[in-house]
Design a protein around this ligand. Sequence first.
Ligand code: ADP
Ligand code: MG
Length: 139
Amino acid sequence: MIQRTLSILKPDATDRNITGEINGMIEAAGFRIIAQKRVLITLDQARKFYEVHKERPFYDDLCAFLSSAPTVVQVLEKENAINDYRTLMGATNPASADEGTIRKRFAPSIDKNSVHGSDSPENAAIEIKFFFSETEIVG
Ligand code: ADP
Ligand code: MG
């Protein structure tokens, strides 16, 4: 089934000017970037976006990091996009990420792990709506 997923290239990626290299990996893996914009996420937006993690000890730091510098938010389209992008991203902790994944190649640490990807069809729909209107998505 063709699916859409929400991807974020996080502040550590824009900071190191590697968004193009990451997009190269995304496209080489067969995803189409059907919407994309550079966004400085506010702290309030970050807290809402990561609300599922609000009880976790790292929540405040996570939200501060996501709003600390520009991000690139994207909608990716592909057969099985949600799970396949999770695979391309690699494990949350880059120390455990497989060879050939974005996080293995680029992420310096678990709290600066370069990319976000939706984890379920339900969350993909919610997260895409969080950043994009229908007219901004050109499939
Ligand atoms: P993922 O981004 O792989 O879906 P989670 O949804 O579990 O991972 O966590 C959201 C983000 O919170 C992670 O990408 C990571 O940046 C951060 N995070 C997760 N676990 C930890 C942790 N133990 N310590 C610090 N930051 C963490
Ligand atoms: Mg997650």
